[in-house]
Design a protein around this ligand. Structure first.
Ligand SMILES: Cc1cc2nc3c(=O)[nH]c(=O)nc-3n(C[C@H](O)[C@H](O)[C@H](O)COP(=O)(O)OP(=O)(O)OC[C@H]3O[C@@H](n4cnc5c(N)ncnc54)[C@H](O)[C@@H]3O)c2cc1C
Length: 403
């Protein structure tokens, strides 16, 4: 097989990051990829802690935390290239590590040293600890992604002032890592503010009174990453656990979303690349009509389109990374465009690989069904194609107050 991608060779990585990427390539290939099918088949809510612990020993649960605080202090470039590698091996495993990074992101963006000391130090210890970021609810999905839909949020999780803290009440759904995480960032609406205009970000320990882990979701894809509900029933959170400002949740939500979409685009690129690699391996050995499949022009076109989608997706997420590493806050346009293109590439390449490989890919034991199922996940989280289209057109034409 001649398809080669060496992320450690990227010229903008420093030598520490390049060494990290070499470790990640080996970890993804030797530890993550071999167990992907087995993890896909586990009971809902189960986590492969052994592989997570191996990833933790490489620093995958502390990638954005500065080196002086014991983290890897990776640039967004280093994180995104890591995510592509993990996702090419098993996107669900990328999500387990990525959702923990998502928990850490608001703490790092806001820079409160006391909160960082309290909530980031656990991630640099010897044992793996997971975090999650809880935004979505049964009635509120995209209405908590696009600020112009904030007035339409219904029956949101509320934060009621109580003494020197807040009582959080509501149910968060579809939260990656919720069944297994120790900590969560939670978006809640301060009581009295309409819709989600009082959105405020809280950080909390999940092992406390008033917090229970509800339904564990039986997802069709990304089964490596447990997901579920968080039920808040008057959970007391002290006021110093507000990340940023009271009512400042939307600004933070948008900043986190723009930054996270870069990583999500890298994950989708990894999924698209996996399908490409499978298709190359097959089309380079399978003969029909007296020649190898890739020697038939129609198949060659399919393979070339797949390769172009991977290259285009990677180029766009690397362009977005450049912005994320140099512009604060991360602009909206580049990450949204990168995610739109890469999410589509993940689906289209999975479809093309199924078509090229044929009946062999249609057998359960082949594992392509997992790739197909995983490929549909990215177009739901961190902005569906429709939501991202609005982000892009808002950049082109300006943001209307309320649609
Ligand atoms: C694998 C996975 C992991 C996830 N992890 C997390 C997590 O860790 N934390 C978290 O908070 N959430 C998580 N989510 C949930 C995710 O954030 C929501 O699914 C997402 O916000 C969309 O909400 P929804 O699914 O309720 O869809 P809805 O918002 O109900 O949207 C349904 C459809 O309507 C479309 N739509 C909505 N608004 C518009 C509009 N204005 N114009 C045109 N079309 C529109 C959407 O594009 C979509 O096609 C995860 C989801 C998945 C699938």
């Amino acid at each position: 097989m001649t398809y080669i991608h060496n992320p450690a060779d990227h010229p903008l990585l420093d030598s520490f990051e390049a060494a990290h990427l070499r470790d990640v390539v080996a970890f993804a290939r030797d530890e993550v990829a071999p167990g992907a099918s087995a993890r896909d088949g586990v009971e809902k809510g189960q986590l492969d802690w052994e592989t997570v612990a191996k990833g933790h020993s490489l620093g995958l649960l502390r990638m954005p935390i500065p080196r002086e605080q014991g983290g890897l202090g990776l640039s967004q470039l280093g994180i995104a290239l890591t995510m592509e590698e993990l996702a090419a091996a098993d996107p669900g495993m990328a999500l387990v590590f990525g959702a923990t990074g998502l928990f850490q992101t608001p703490l790092l963006i806001c820079g409160d040293p006391k909160l960082q000391e309290k909530y980031l130090s656990a991630f640099v210890g010897p044992d793996p600890v997971l975090g999650c970021n809880a935004v979505a609810e049964e009635k509120n999905g995209t209405d908590l992604v696009l600020p112009q839909q904030a007035p339409y949020a219904q029956d949101m999780t509320t934060a009621r002032r109580s003494g020197s803290g807040y009582l959080l009440t509501g149910t968060k759904r579809y939260i990656t890592n919720a069944p297994v995480a120790t900590y969560a960032t939670i978006m809640a609406n301060v009581e009295g503010a309409p819709g989600s205009s009082g959105l405020t970000c809280f950080v909390t320990d999940l092992e406390q009174d008033g917090v229970t882990r509800g339904e564990i979701h039986d997802k069709v894809g990304y089964r490596t990453a447990p997901a579920g509900e968080l039920i808040l029933d008057g959970a007391l959170v002290p006021e110093e656990n507000v990340i940023g400002d009271e009512h400042g949740g939307w600004d933070l939500n948008v900043a986190i979303g723009n930054l996270t979409r870069v990583t999500c685009a890298a994950i989708s690129t990894g999924i698209a690349r996996h399908s490409l690699q499978r298709a190359i391996a097959w089309a380079g050995t399978r003969r029909q009509g007296g020649r190898l499949l890739h020697e038939h022009q129609m198949s060659a076109r399919k393979l070339a389109d797949m390769a172009a989608r991977v290259s285009a997706s990677r180029a766009l997420y690397l362009d977005a990374v450049l912005k994320a590493d140099t512009v604060i806050p991360t602009p909206a346009y580049e990450p949204a465009v990168a995610k739109m293109v890469a999410d589509r590439a993940a689906i289209d390449n999975a479809d093309a690989a199924m078509s090229l490989i044929g009946a062999a890919a249609y057998q359960r034991e082949d594992g392509m069904d997992r790739v197909l199922r995983d490929a549909y996940g990215p177009r739901i989280y961190e902005g569906s194609p429709e939501a991202l289209a609005l982000v892009v057109t808002d950049e082109l034409f300006g943001v209307p107050e309320v649609r």
